[in-house]
Design a protein around this ligand. Structure first.
Ligand SMILES: C[S@@+](CC[C@H](N)C(=O)[O-])C[C@H]1O[C@@H](n2cnc3c(N)ncnc32)[C@H](O)[C@@H]1O
Length: 374
């Protein structure tokens, strides 16, 4: 560590405190202590400006901007397409990011929301800078971190070692948790999930907390905090803030490579137009109704078709506009737009309660999300 990076750490802590993300002294001390650049020794990708699909360009530690950029309040992409790291690329690449160093303001907001106390044992899903902060705050012997990607875990291991931290690192699917270290006082996920795994409830002690971002394939998501009850269930609410995260790998949506013809469906006048899905909260409600649906738009015969498609089940809904009227054509084993209209209409009739008034319950049978009337 050098005076340069110490000054950068202090400045980052100051910025996060001024922004209201860093709220307590022990977490501030952790941000001041942990060198984020150790977790970015392999470089990162930055977005290349230009028209068309997003392209990514590597920034390596020999770039004069690298050190300062490591302490920006920015999410920095560290892996693309499941395997490609910055050193693999010269020029630009146009594929989807698969691992990143999370936005520092989001990491510390989540760590504050985790409400840890001295002596707490924490299970974390997604290993990296956040693991370093947990070690600084609690002591590395109380931290277990799971990472699905062996390469990401190995480089985080080197970075943590350089900081003097040796937590238990497990390579594997964090959705199964790590029962060997249970019970935990806290479980935190730094990747998004579509369904909160019951394993986390089983492995967190009664009275303990689970913090994770509930995401969906329509791209609306919310941070949830649940308390584990004595009866082996967990219940909680959303904390607000429109947080988004990379999805846990086993819960990524299937690729949309073989689109059905969208013919021979049942047709009716739609009650709701597809632009209801442009609103974050409405989209979240729609996701509850059609959790396996993905949204695409197609230009066919000179007009735009707005499509919801559940690729695994083969269910689809296509919305097209005729003047002021929308028509929906639906096919497959489920009527996706019927389900969306039913949920959204009931939610609006209940006063369109904000997502903070929703409740999430996880039992051995699965996850249920409900809302209460305004
Ligand atoms: C946004 S990154 C956060 C990394 C880290 N917490 C940090 O602060 O730098 C999300 C991480 O979750 C990991 N991940 C995705 N699915 C996972 C799973 N099922 N189990 C464990 N880790 C997973 C990804 O490989 C990725 O490294």
């Amino acid at each position: 560590m050098t005076d340069d990076d110490k000054a950068l750490r202090l400045a980052l802590a100051e910025r996060l405190a001024a922004g209201g993300y860093l709220r307590t002294a022990p977490w501030r001390a952790a941000v001041e202590e942990v060198p984020r650049h150790e977790f970015l020794r392999g470089g990162f990708f930055e977005r290349a400006d230009g028209p068309g699909p997003t392209a990514w360009r590597p920034v390596l530690p020999d770039d004069p901007r690298w050190l300062a950029r490591c302490y920006d309040d920015d999410s920095l992409v560290t892996q693309i397409a499941g395997t490609i790291v910055p050193r693999d690329i010269r020029g630009e690449i146009m594929r989807a990011p698969t691992s990143s160093r999370t936005l520092p303001s989001l990491v510390v907001r989540m760590l504050e929301d985790l409400q840890v106390e001295d002596g707490h044992r924490v299970q974390e899903i997604g290993t990296g800078y956040s693991t370093g902060l947990l070690c600084a705050r609690l002591g590395d012997s109380l931290v277990t971190s799971m990472e699905v990607d062996a390469g990401v875990s190995a480089s985080a291991n080197i970075a943590l070692g350089a900081c003097g931290y040796f937590p238990e690192l497990v390579v594997g699917d964090g959705l199964a948790g790590h029962p060997g270290g249970a019970p935990y006082d806290r479980t935190i996920a730094t990747c998004g999930v579509t369904d909160l795994p019951y394993a986390w409830v089983e492995q967190t002690r009664p009275g303990g907390l689970i913090l994770a971002t509930l995401c969906g394939w329509l791209h609306s998501s919310e941070l949830a905090r649940l308390t584990v009850a004595e009866d082996g269930t967990a219940r909680g609410t959303f904390l607000g803030g429109q947080i988004s995260f990379m999805l846990a790998r086993p819960q990524l949506p299937p690729p949309l490579d073989n689109l059905p013809a969208f013919d021979n469906g049942e047709e009716r006048t739609a009650v709701l137009a597809p632009d209801v899905l442009d609103d974050w909260s409405t989209r979240f409600v729609a996701q509850i109704a059609a959790p396996r649906a993905q949204r695409i738009s197609l230009d066919r015969d000179g007009r735009t078709e707005h499509v919801l498609l559940d690729a695994d089940a083969g269910a689809w809904a296509v919305l097209t506009q005729d003047g002021d009227t929308w028509t929906v054509r639906q096919g497959g084993p489920e009527r996706l737009w019927d389900a969306v209209e039913d949920h959204v209409t009931r939610w609006k009739a209940d006063g369109a309660p904000p997502l903070e008034r929703f409740e999430v319950t996880v039992t051995p049978e699965g996850q249920v999300i409900t809302w209460s009337k305004v």
